[in-house]
Design a protein around this ligand. Structure first.
Ligand code: FES
Length: 403
């Protein structure tokens, strides 16, 4: 073989190698599986997520003898760790309930429920009381089963335990108001073991005594916790001194008799009657407003000596104003008799989405096209610029609303 023939062979071999290598690389590239992008984690904001996130109901547990209060354990479908929440905060659910206006159709209904356990990266828990005429609570009790998927907004709310723990905490729960208190209590016992805690739990009788065994075990295991249970209508089988410590309601007299002298931080959650009597009574007793923290069921319309903050300057109680609901095409006169713009809109047949009805969830947030509103009490949810929360707002001027 001549030198030129040898060179030609070598060049040919190199060329063949290059061609084979290119073909292999091309084939390998073509065979690469094409993965669909994983569903994006909800955008985190302050450890939470924005919008809705899908959760599966992992379990449900009845918490009282009457089976009127049921806990639902919720795990995220994306299996990612859950952000911590502040004990006392709530979850907002958007539920597909039958739409009464469209037979066979569904409408998203928003409701908020307090988290009833300490923060856990694996699950959340809410505990819901069945209300005989409560459409959503009946849906939970009668239809929501393990395996079901529900849509949730991130934990929210300004009602939560304080982190510094300097003063003893007095937790006052009425009925299902025990749910945020249990979350606060368990968190304090774990993270503020030096803090004195007084839990006052008011309910009718032993049949609806939720978390009874758990609370008694906590009180037995933690000497810094004093548990006072009050039955307003004890049954014949309920034992004073064993099942409950006080016959009657949780009122100021009971607090005065039970609490040691000194400064305390008060956290209250319960039905309107309890809140409407106890919050002003504590203020009259001399407890500074900054030491009274509360969450009422339903509209946040407790009497306070002064706005809790967030009221616009120039607010005029009893103001007469002209309101225009743009999308509904309605022009109406506000005479100050309605408690808020949501009540007013609904009373005139204008449908607006709503959830907590107390300024906490943002469901009723509506664009404010003209004018300004004022808030008698600072809402938990901060509306976006140019928007207002109808459930806690009153007009400060004539308004044009997008609803
Ligand atoms: S209904 Fe929840 S903020 Fe108005």
């Amino acid at each position: 073989m001549t030198a030129s023939q040898l060179l030609a062979w070598i060049a040919g071999a190199l060329l063949l190698q290059l061609l084979l290598g290119g073909a292999w690389a091309y084939r390998r590239r073509r065979e690469q599986p094409v993965f669909a992008p994983l569903p994006a984690m909800p955008a985190a904001q302050g450890g939470a997520w924005q919008g809705l996130r899908a959760f599966r109901v992992q379990a449900r547990v009845d918490e009282d003898a009457a089976r009127s209060q049921c806990s639902f354990y919720l795990v995220p479908l994306d299996a990612q760790p859950l952000p911590a929440f502040k004990p006392g905060q709530f979850l907002t659910f958007v539920l597909p309930l039958p739409d009464p206006a469209r037979p066979g159709g569904e409408a998203g209904v928003t409701r908020c429920y307090s988290l009833s356990d300490t923060p856990d990266p694996a699950h959340y828990r809410v505990t819901i009381k069945r209300q005989p005429d409560g459409r959503v609570s009946r849906y939970f009790h009668e239809q929501v089963q393990p395996g079901q998927v529900l849509q949730l907004r991130a934990p929210a709310g300004h009602f939560h335990i304080d982190a510094d723990g300097r003063e003893p905490a007095v937790l006052v729960a009425g009925g299902i108001g025990i749910t945020p208190m249990l979350s606060m209590l368990r968190w304090c016992l774990a993270h503020q073991p030096q803090r004195r805690l007084h839990l006052f739990y008011g309910l009718r009788n032993g049949a609806e005594h939720a978390f009874k065994a758990q609370l008694e075990q906590l009180a037995a295991a933690h000497p810094q916790l004093t548990l006072t249970v009050a039955y307003s209508r004890p049954a014949a089988s309920d034992r004073l001194g064993t099942d409950y410590q006080h016959a009657g309601h949780v009122d100021l007299e009971l607090l005065r008799r039970t609490l040691p002298h000194g400064r305390h931080r008060f956290f209250l959650c319960g039905p309107p009657a309890l809140m409407a009597s106890l919050v002003p009574a504590l203020a009259a007793w001399g407890v500074p407003e900054s030491d009274i923290h509360y969450e009422a069921f339903g509209p946040a319309s407790l009497p306070r000596s002064a706005p809790a903050g967030g009221a616009d300057a120039g607010a005029a109680p009893g103001l007469h104003a002209q309101l225009r609901f743009q999308r509904s095409g309605r022009s109406l006169s506000w005479d100050g008799s309605a408690a808020n713009l949501l009540d007013f809109a609904e009373a005139h047949g204008i449908t607006v989405d709503s959830g907590c009805r107390s300024g906490g969830c943002g469901s009723c947030e509506t664009r404010l096209l003209e004018g300004s509103v004022h808030y008698p009490h600072r809402p938990d949810h901060d509306p976006a610029p140019g928007h207002c929360l109808l459930c806690v707002a009153q007009p400060a001027t004539d308004l044009v609303l997008e609803a």
